[in-house]
Design a protein around this ligand. Sequence first.
Ligand SMILES: [Zn+2]
Ligand SMILES: [Zn+2]
Length: 326
Amino acid sequence: MKRQLSITVSTHPKPKFNVNLSALRRHYYLDQYVIIAPGRNNRPHGFTNLATPHVVVNAACPFCLDGEPTILAVPNLEHWRVRVVANAYPAVSLTNPNAYGAMEVVIESPDHTQEFSSLSVSHIETILRVYTERIASLSILPGIRYVLAFKNDGPLAGTSVTHTHSQIMALPLMPPRIEAEHVALSSYQDKHGTCAVCDLGCWEVEQNQRLITADSELLTIAPYASTHPYEAWFITKRHTTRLADLTAGELRRLATSLKYVTERLDRDLISFNFFVQEALPGDNHHLIIKLEPRVPMFYGGGEMATGIIINTIAPETVPHWYNETI
Ligand SMILES: [Zn+2]
Ligand SMILES: [Zn+2]
C-alpha cells in the first residue's frame, strides 16, 4: 500500500516553500510538529558563552531601546513597570498563513540589570496579571487554539536577550503535549470523580517529603516523578483553573514562591524555564505553574530510545536544597 504522508500543516491550501518565511510542519508519521523558522537565526544573542551570568550589560539591548511598538504597558511613576511588545523575530505571526500565530515579549522591567528573582513580590504579581490579560486577548483571535505564557531565564534555557523578559505564544493548534495532559486529567476525573491535582496536593501534604513551600493557599512541590533536577510545581490548594481565577492572596503567594525558588536557582547560576499550564477552554482542570531548571543533562542511548529520563537528583532532597540558607 502506498504510504500516506502528511507533512505540512497550514491554513493556506497549497503553501509554497519560501526560505524567508516560517512554516509549521508535521512529522512524517508521528504526532509531532515543528516550525521551520529560518528568520530566527537573525536573533541577537547577548550571551557570549554558556557560563555567562544572566545579567550582561548590552548597550544595544532591544528591550532597553524601546524600538518595538507597545502592545500593553503597566505604568509606574517614572516610566513603565512591565511592557508588552511583539516579538521582533517571531516563529509564528498573524500575517503568515504557513506559520500562523502570535509571539509577544513581556519586558518585565525597564532596568536592564534586574533579574526576575530580584524584582519585588508586587512587581512579579504585576507580571502575572499581564500574562492573564494577554492570554485573554490572544485567546479570542480567530484561528487561535492555544495560548501559553512562559519564561526562559539564563543561557541554557533558550534565552537570547539578557534583559529580563517572558513570552506569550498563541498557536493555531492544540500542542500534543498539552492535549496529552488534558486527556490524562480528564481520564482521572472520569475514573475517580475528583481532580488529580487537588488529590496529588493532598497526598504531598500528607507525605510531607517534597514540599518546598506550603501554606493555606499555595503549595510548591518537588514532583514525585520529577524528570529534571530541582523541578518545582506551584499549585493552589483551592481548585483553580486559570491565573485569572486566583484571589489577590493566592496571586501574592504565587509571586512570593516564584521569587523564592528563582532566587535559589540564580544563586547557583542555574538556567530555568517556567510556564503556565491553564485549563483549556471548556474543561475544568487545575492550574499548574511548572518550573524546569535546565541543569545540563546529556542523554544517552537509553533515554533517546525510550524517552525515560534518568534524573540523578531525588525530589525528596530538593526542598532542603531550596530551603538551605547561604
Ligand atoms: Zn536591556
Ligand atoms: Zn483541583
